[in-house]
Design a protein around this ligand. Sequence first.
Ligand code: FES
Length: 170
Amino acid sequence: MTLTPNQLDPLDNPRMRQVIDSTISEYGDQNGALMVVLNHLQERIGFITKPMQAYVAEKLNVPVSKVHGVVSFYSFFTTEPRGKHLVKFCIGTACYVGGASQLIDKAKQVLGIEPGQTTSDGLITLEVCRCVGACSQAPVVVIDEVNHGRVKPSQFARILTEVQKSEVVA
Ligand code: FES
């Protein structure tokens, strides 16, 4: 889900701008300030846009390329809002061997999006992640922080439909 033209970048939203500024002044002097500030911005705002990255770089006096490098290296950071529900496919060795790619294919087929993308209704974001420590349950899919183990592609389609349905009823 990208920010639509009607959605302001957080920097242009007075309330969010205040959160960004207070985060930078609160943590900007610490050791490893860049990582600490970015972590808090991800937590407080939910994503870190390119203009936000440039702003942080300017305020912390570091090159924009460095900020961009950190944000793009760690999958924890996102440059766009995540959906309401986060579906993560473990692609550690055990899960990969156990069929993670078939699950990803099924999700693509059901939702029409790739890992790293969010459905247009803002409901579901797909991501991949490293080993979540439940290898005996491979393949593992983490939905809103809950591990689902030994998931088969046919079950997985049902799980996704349940997530979608729960929102319609709610
Ligand atoms: S490889 Fe997926 S839980 Fe360990």
